[in-house]
Structures are given as C-alpha cells and as structure tokens.
Write a protein that binds this ligand. Sequence first.
Ligand code: FO1
Length: 318
Amino acid sequence: MSGSRCDGVVALTGGVGGAKLIWGLAQALEPSALTVICNPGDDFEHLGLTVCPDFDTVLYTLAGLADPERGWGRADETWAFMAALETLGGETWFRLGDRDLALHVERSRRLAGGEGLGTIMTDICRRLGVDQQVLPASDDPLRTMVATADGELPFQQYFVRERCAPAVRGFHFAGAAQATAHPRALAALSDPGLRAIVICPSNPFISIDPILAIPGMTEAIRAAKVPVVAVSPIVGGAAIKGPAAKMLAELGQEVSVRTVWRHYGDLIDGIVMDTCDARLAADADHDKLAALVTPTVMTGPEERIGLARAVLAFAGSL
Ligand code: FO1
C-alpha cells in the first residue's frame, strides 16, 4: 500500500481489546496505511486534567509502553503521586501513575492553551515513536453517561468507582450532537486509497457507538463504499474483558456475537467470530452477512498479528 497518508485501513476502536488488534494491524500494514479513530466517550475531567483512556491505551500499546496486566496505563509505572495525594485526602478512586500523569499534565496544559486534542495527540504520538495516524473521533468533548437502576452516572464513575455494579438501563452520549467529527478522520474515510474499515473487538454499546453518534461519522463510513468488518468482542457467550456480557444481559440482549452483528446492522459487510462460535456462522449467512470464523482471542503477539492478517484478508475478499 502506498500513496497519501490516509490510504489503506481505518480502524474504529475502544480500549484494551481493540488496542491489541490495532497493534496487530500496525505490524501488518505500512504506518502510513493505518488510521485509528478512538472512542472519546470514556474521556473525562479528573483532578483538573483531561483523561482520554481509550486513546492513551492505543498510544501506549503502539509505543510499546502499555502495561500488559492492567491493560491501561504504562508498564514502567510508579505511584508516588497517588500515594502523596492520598496523604492529602485527595481523590484516589481513579489512579494516575507518575509517568502517565506527565502525559495528562502536558495534554491538559496544551488544551488550556487552545490547541485541538487531535493536534496535541498527533504530536505526542510522534514523540513516543508512534507513526500511525491515531485520532480522537472529535476534538469536542463527548462524554458517555450510563443510565443505571441507581440513576445516571458519568462513565468512569460507573466503570471504575462503582466497578460496573449498578444494573445498566441504557447510554447517553452527552455532547455527541454538538460534536464535529475530526476532519482528519473524515479525510481518511474519504481517501481514494481506503480499502477497508475495521471495527475492533470493542464494546459496541460503549466503545463504538459514541464514535458513530458524532454527526457525519456513520454517513462517512457508508459513503466510503469499502468493506466494513467488525470483530466480535463476545466469544462463546462471554466478553473477553470488561463489562460487555453483564451489560448485554442487563439490557435484555442475548450475550452472543449475533447481538454484535445485529447491533451494527447494515453498517457492516462482514463479522469476524471466534472458532468456538462457528455454529453461528450459518445465522450470519441467514442475515445476509459474510462471516469469518477464526481464532480471535489475542493471548500474545502472534495471535494479534494472525487476527489482523485474517481480518484484512477477509475484508479484501468482500
Ligand atoms: N481503570 C481502572 O479500573 N482503575 C483505574 O484507576 C484506572 C485509571 C486509569 C488511568 C488512566 C487511563 O488511561 C485509564 C485508566 N483506567 C483505570 C482504565 C479505564 O477506566 C478503562 O479501562 C477504560 O475507560 C475502558 O476502556
């Protein structure tokens, strides 16, 4: 693949699971051929800083800095700031490691100076050696609000502080209607060299829907007229990581890859499901959707690259 900066593949992603596939795609493609659009819905303001968890997970993963156990933050982390904050009686339910804190302080300083989030993060990507184009879906704030049996909660309060305990009733993406899709994301989606759009194995309801809720984003994906393939985060009736399975059950949905492909509807041309869900491929066929049955659990680098290659070949075959 060659040509302009944005040709090749556009991938939509949330946090940990999506970032693993992004890493695999980054090994399989020229850096200039991959544009990543990150979920902004998990972002929030905390301790006076702008936190962008899904973007940062992709950034640290591509930079080789991510903590493999936690799934978020940096591997070479220390926690002196959090310990000092605790002594002062500060808020410690959401942890920012010392090195991660530097990213947050610098991002927030530049945002306060009037720079756009995408511009700041492109510069930070370059400084950390990430050559792929990684973009927030929008420079504007978009915040996922979770309707629960106990009332509405901002996403990180539901996810981290309440540990996903309250039963979920639905979601609201505050600011989505007013948000402008990032111009470079739209440019990548309309690039003549684009050959596939990949929806990573991220939670459709809370990681991908916030991106799709931004005016013009879904339209741009449809207008691209290239194969759109989604990789299921639900494997064998369970989520690989995170609260997706609990959430689907609370929303009264079947915990199955079928729910994933029906959620995306005619936006996608293909669904990638794990070998343990092979019996559902016939149902996808019945829904007039192409299905790829392949191992999707990314336990190590080989599996990430293998899945990336399989997804690209599948998209290329559609
Ligand atoms: N997740 C936690 O469970 N606890 C934390 O204290 C926490 C801190 C944190 C700091 C920076 C960051 O980028 C992510 C962080 N996460 C933490 C992960 C984050 O809340 C979620 O994993 C994502 O939002 C879901 O994709």
